[in-house]
Structures are given as structure tokens and as C-alpha cells.
Design a protein around this ligand. Structure first.
Ligand code: ASP
Length: 356
């Protein structure tokens, strides 16, 4: 862990936020090959904060910074990365009033969704953020995103994993990256914002949060994701003309234990008995297969059309209006635990952390 920020020096630890720096554009520097993950984030953040007007600095909650020794571009993240971050938060939970995770934007919503399943029953905020521009670039969004994340991480009423980005607080299991360039890079297609920046205030909307269902001690589930970190769960997005043999190649590989199918519209698939047979063969072997829509808004209703009806018979579970991130990370999470097949299917259709 890096040295605590000077502002934090005199605050008791339970009044502090822990910032975990994992990498991403927010901390990248220019290299001859393009932007690369970079270290020394503690000093760089202190320098950036020193540029803020004093009243703004003084309003910030105090924090410590934990920098990962090898910051990554989040395109390199995998289930072990999610497990690592969750374990770091779990191990320090009672030491901090809230947590901020600095992360690359490319897979930020995947990590946020996974953290939500692992940190069920959270009794304090975990706010994930990043930036579209490195901290030191003129007019970067980095500092504003860090400030906003810190302000929300200090609000004890927020008791779940959220994403703060460009003035918006989104549920971690409901967010997707929607833009490759704009500062407003994330959206929550099927759930309203949990909060937002209103001028200088960071306003949380508790009626939309999970806090009302967080009773008792946190019920963290921190299973080992290693057996699922080598591609054991696949994501298959349909395209017009997809052949049954192609789907079978994904699903019927002996290493595959689960799959997320991204269907047409309300939950339809080509009228091809061989496709349904490939899916049924996989579920018959106990593989966990869930379906969502490729359309970003709305839900699947398997069986609403004849073109989707056979999927139910083939054992496919409905992912309702879940994001790809929330559905995929939930498959990983459930498959990593010693549940029965029926138990996994039941848990998948049960909202665990407001993901459906
Ligand atoms: N490739 C970067 C990453 O995800 C993009 C970003 O952070 O905006 O780490």
C-alpha cells in the first residue's frame, strides 16, 4: 500500500475511503506504442489534487491509496482480476467507510457486476470509476470522476457496488459502456440512475438503492474463480446465418461449463432444429445456459414467439433484462460455487443484487 495521502494522516481509518488503483486510461502515460498503464499513482494523484481550489480539496473525504504493483489495461482483466479486487475489499472492509476502485473503462462494467455478486449484502459503498483521458492530460475527466467517486463512497446510505462516471451514479450490475470516446461513456439501459452530481452536490437516491434489503452482516461469497478463468463460460452473440455446427463447436466442447446466448429481440433464434438440438445437448450435460437479448433495452420473454419457444424446452434460462456483463459474471459466480444444477438455475433467475 502506498503512503496515506497527507489529508488522511490525522483521520481515524474508519473515517477514510480506500482507493484501489488497478490501472486503465485514468493512470496511463504516453509511450511510443500508445498509452500504457503506469505507476506512481499516489504521487500523481496528490499533484493533481494540489491543483484544486482549497475549499474543493477540503471537502474531499480522506483516503488511503492501494496501488496494484502491475497496473493493467482492463482489456487484460479476467475472472481472477475480479476475484482479486473483491478479496482486497473483503479483507479490509471494516477498516474503511467506503471503497473506490480505479479501473480501465473497457471492462469496468464487467468488474463492477462481478464485485456485486461477490460482495453481497454490502453495508457500505464500493464505487468503481475510471476515465476516458489520463489524469495529466488537459481537460481530462479523471479528476472529476475520482472526486465524484470519493464523495459517493463517503455516503453510508449507499450500500452496493456502483459506478460513478461523468456526473452519474449507476448500479454496477446495470451498467454498460456505450461510447468509445465521449466522457459520458456509461449508461444503465434498464434501470434508473442511483444518483447524480447536481452542481456541487453528489445526490444519492436511496429509494433506488439496495440498502433497504441489506439486513444483518454482509454475506460475501468469495469462491475461487480459477476453474472458470480459462474460457469455461462462453458468450455467443447470434448473427443472421449462424450455423448449428458453429454453435455446437462452442457449446459442446468438453471444457465449456456454461454459456450466455445473446438472442434476437424478445428472445428469438433461427428456426433450425439442429441449433436447438446443439443447445439441448449442452444443457443435457448439465451446462448452465442463459439467454438475454442483443437489444440493449427491454427484456427477453422466451416463448413469446414460436421462434423462441423451443429454447425453454431445451433448458435455456431467461436472463430477463440483464446486461451481458451482469448475466455473464453471474454465470461465472454461480458455477464457481458448490451448488446443485437446480440450485444454480434457481439462483440465476433470482435477483441477488438488483441485477434483474
Ligand atoms: N483500454 C483502457 C482500459 O480499459 C481504456 C480506458 O481505461 O478507458 O484499460
Amino acid at each position: 500500500m502506498s503512503t496515506p495521502s497527507p489529508l488522511a494522516a490525522c483521520a481515524p481509518s474508519e473515517e477514510r475511503i480506500l482507493i484501489i488503483y488497478t490501472g486503465g486510461t485514468i493512470g496511463m502515460e504516453v509511450s511510443p506504442n500508445g498509452l500504457v498503464p503506469s505507476g506512481h499513482f499516489d504521487k500523481r494523484l496528490d499533484q493533481a489534487l494540489a491543483q484544486l481550489p482549497l475549499p474543493e480539496r477540503q471537502r474531499l473525504p480522506v483516503f488511503d491509496l492501494l496501488s496494484y504493483s502491475t497496473p493493467i489495461d482492463s482489456s487484460a482483466a479476467n475472472p481472477m482480476t475480479w476475484q482479486h479486487i473483491a478479496a482486497d475489499i473483503g479483507a479490509r472492509l471494516s477498516d474503511y467507510r467506503g471503497f473506490v476502485v480505479l479501473h480501465g473503462t473497457d471492462t469496468l462494467s464487467w468488474t463492477a457486476a462481478s464485485l456485486a455478486y461477490q460482495l453481497q449484502g454490502l453495508d457500505r459503498p464500493v464505487v468503481v470509476t475510471g476515465a476516458m483521458q489520463p489524469l495529466e492530460i488537459a481537460n481530462s475527466d479523471a479528476l472529476e470522476n475520482i472526486q465524484g467517486a470519493l464523495h459517493f463512497a463517503a455516503q453510508s446510505a449507499l450500500q452496493e457496488v456502483a459506478i460513478y462516471f461523468a456526473g452519474q451514479l449507476l448500479r454496477g450490475t446495470r451498467a454498460v459502456k456505450q461510447h468509445t470516446e465521449a466522457a459520458n461513456a456509461f449508461t444503465s439501459p434498464n434501470y434508473p440512475l442511483l444518483g447524480e452530481r447536481v452542481e456541487e452536490d453528489f445526490v444519492y437516491y436511496p429509494s433506488r438503492g439496495l440498502s433497504h434489503q441489506q439486513r444483518g452482516a454482509p454475506r460475501f461469497e468469495l469462491p475461487d474463480y480459477a476453474p472458470l478463468a480459462q474460457g469455461e463460460v462462453v458468450r455467443v452473440t447470434l448473427w443472421p446465418g449462424m450455423a448449428a455446427w458453429q454453435l455446437a463447436a462452442w457449446l459442446n466442447d468438453a471444457r465449456v461449463r456454461g454459456a450466455l446466448l445473446e438472442l434476437w429481440g424478445a428472445g428469438n433464434i433461427a428456426n433450425d432444429p439442429d441449433i436447438v438440438a446443439a443447445i439441448a445437448a449442452a444443457t443435457g450435460e448439465g451446462k448452465l445456459i442463459a439467454a438475454i437479448s442483443q437489444a440493449p433495452q427491454g427484456s427477453v420473454h422466451l416463448g413469446a414467439y414460436a421462434a423462441g419457444h423451443d429454447l425453454v424446452e431445451a433448458g435455456v434460462i431467461s436472463g430477463d433484462g440483464m446486461t451481458p456483463e451482469a448475466a455473464y459474471t453471474k454465470l461465472i459466480h454461480l458455477l464457481a460455487q458448490p451448488l446443485t444444477e437446480a440450485g444454480r438455475r434457481q439462483q440465476f433467475v433470482t435477483p441477488l443484487v438488483g441485477e434483474r
